[in-house]
Design a binder for this molecule. Sequence first.
Ligand code: IPT
Length: 985
Amino acid sequence: MSPHAYVNDLSPGNNRVSPRALLSSSAARLSLDGDWRFRLATGLDDLTLDLGSPELDDSRWDTIAVPSCWQMIGRPDAPRYGAPAYTNIKFPFPVDPPFVPDENPTGEYRRTFELPEEFVADGRCLIRFEGVDSAFALWCNGVWIGDGKGSRLPTEFDLTHVVRPGINQVAVRVHQWSSGSYLEDQDMWWVSGIFRSVTILHRPSGGIDDVFVHADYDHEQGLGRLRIDAPAGTTLTCRELGLDRVDTAGSYDVAVDPWTAETPRLYSITVANDVEEVHLRAGFRTVEITDGQLLVNGVPILLQGVNRHEWHPLTGRTLSEETMRRDVELMKQHNINAVRTSHYPPDPRFLDLCDEYGLWVIDECDVETHGFVLNDWRNNPSDDPIWRDAYLDRIQRMVERDKNHPSVVFWSLGNEADTGANLAAMSAWALRRDPSRLIHYEGNRECDYVDVYSKMYDSLDFVEQVALRTDPPTSDPSNDARRRSLPYLLCEYAHAMGNGPGGLAEYQELFDTHPRLIGGFIWEWIDHGVVLRQDSGPNAGRLYYGYGGDFGEQVHDRNFIADGLVLPDRTPSPGLTEYAQVIAPVRITIDPAAGTIQVRSRLSFADTAHIGFRYVISDDGIEVAIGDVDVPVLAAGETATVSLPAAAVSPPRQRCERWIRLEAVLAGKTDWAPTGHRLAFGEAQLTQISVPQRPRTALPPPPVHRDSSPAGGPLTIGPATFDVRGRLVALFDHPVTLLPALWRATIDNDKYAGGQAVETVWEPLGLHRLQHRMAHLAVDDDHVSVVVRSGGAITDRMIDTTLVWTAVDDGIQLQTRFDLVGPWQGTIPRIGLQLAVPAAWDEMTWFGLGPQETYADTRSGAWTGRFTASIEQLQTPYTRPQENGQRSLVRRLELANDSEPVLRIDAEAPISVTYRPWSTDHLEAARHPVDLVPDHNNNWLHLDWAQHGVGSAACGPGVLPAHALTADQVVDAGFTVTFRSPHDH
Ligand code: IPT
């Protein structure tokens, strides 16, 4: 038999120790993290034959850090060991299970370590690998020890028979591809190596190898019940609960504060005997499904979650504790209460953090066979008995490792592996081993071996049908009654790729209304960008983040890997701020007519004692009063109504738009945010000026067009100068030009099937390459009125833009009107004007929604105010450049040059504004943010009557009708703005 048989065989591993919990213990341990000798072999024909031999001279080998992913070493400037490769569903090798190609990059690792006497004095000495991707073999002191698979799962081997006090030597051979790869086809980068920690553990004889803490909570009695599975003769101590070295064989009813994600109360416990002490933290809670609802401690809960992959742009799937903590803190700061560990068990320290900070966890097993779908699921391992052991092995290793974490409420069998007997067997095993938790698996549509009806990316209509139980029945009628009795979960929805996701508020509205809906998890947490450095051009030297195809992959899935709520460097994207407000712990509704503010708690357990309330009153966006509002402490789910503050009741001194905003902020500091951190807000307009969502024009339809007759020479009307054909050339002596614009730099959601696919609708109309004709010109003493007809080559569908310029006292007014010409149908990206203004105008101040970007269906996270930002700050650097940075409902804006205002624009009714240092064409052409270079002469200002929403069509529903810009809405379309010189004010 070949010495590498394990690479291609079905065994989950050989010679391993039975799986058990990861315990913090008094027994000796030695970390093997640090430098190892390393050599990368090209494949099985290139191996070091005596790799395991202590005599092998490896002094000329490289050194590599353990843990790490070898493809990430040296990035961005000096990568040494191949490159990461991205595929979503496709296997990057022929689908010939369980075999993988001979061309199989293989990392050979060696190191020595000094073992203190105590490790060998008695008992056993183990070595534990927390994660090795994807298959590996181990030697110690020249002896073959065993092999393993299951990349994101722990593996332990017994070294007792080979180790000795003093210097010992280990060697590990790690193969990028193995039979295990068929079960690990997650939507992520293929990277390899010993990517989590390695430890040597002393297991004293008579020690405590494993502990299973059962900490239930009886909400009716307010009692916790503590039961421990531990070796006979061990004792249990929990000072706080008055338990002092009681027998672990007993069961203890104790008055406790329960654990919930909102109140993550943990109790330190010690399990001990004469030879060993292990320390754990118990959280008391009981999880159950009753009447189609998910109850924790008897209370229905709503999961407001994210799917989290483990990623860092420099280190790949190797994460520092600091990075994990950052993720958890960012989630808590943005009101997220749940994590699905898509699609594998995370670094175990992450679950400690979830216990500590409070997050509900769906712990997902390392199983995904998605690539088989591209071959009609032929030979899918999920239903093939030869793979059964491999499946069972994986669920056992996950459950055993993570069984003591109160945060884990669901075991998930895996992702996108279709359905089959092996998955059902995993479920049965988990249920037997741990009846206290629930089983999740989205692929089991019939719901005959799961506890929750889980789906992905369903439309609002479908979700509502499920909520009302009017959805179609199961395929096997005998499953229907059970499925209808289960709660429904969107384990993935709202695809956060690029600009978006839009329409979160509508989903949340459904979740908040129907008890059967227990919430959802946004896809996904982070853009998995890989750090790169731009090597030439004006941005040479700058870092950016690569995606699929940037590493020479022959097959790849482009930027589908950049679909997170945080950018690769963990900067929150506007989507995260939007989500935070949509799932805020309190809903604030202000009713100016009644003079009241209503605050409703959306919490399930905690009261609002930790939340303070403060109001801000602003006149035309300028803050005129701030103060505290006394809101009584609300129990979970309660509502209170208080009066508007007195300052809000007195009328403003002059005619203006007066708004009040009530902010809910942290009253004191928490583990995850400082005092004053904003959790939610609500706002209302106090004065009666109405703010239409879309302006209507006062201009009549354009005159029957005829060729314009050039006037005598350049025209000047007030501060505006036009060329002979009526085209704007200057405003207040600054060069400014203007043209109609219908295109936006394609967002990811515009490209895919569920959306108004650009390729089928917008491109054929040539909206990205409009040609223009001045179709009409009329001039008198203080008016210039023109009609510009614009259209794309080939088509007779065009748009007439009427522009009427009128000199007014302190500036010049522009009235616009947009009329579609020909049989238009469907959606249009935007309708408005694109102005080229001087590049020196580097700052914008606006009165409208802000501070972040907003689109028709992403307006929850922004409020009405006056905001200032540099042109740089106005851009959102999406990992793949695309339309971004729009500010909506803008009534007034001011452009400034070095903080010196140069141009003011007042809109009669609110418009949308986008300001950027490059044109839409330039933005469209860029593949990465470093491809974008500010234009030499111009900045580009879009003033839009409307823009199409963003939706979630990259992998979900498109823009909802209410947020779409469709041809039939273009009736009396147009807006009026006045350009003024700020010096006049
Ligand atoms: C779904 C996957 O579960 C997830 O891993 C990710 O790939 C996501 O799509 C898209 O980014 S599967 C999809 C075919 C619905």
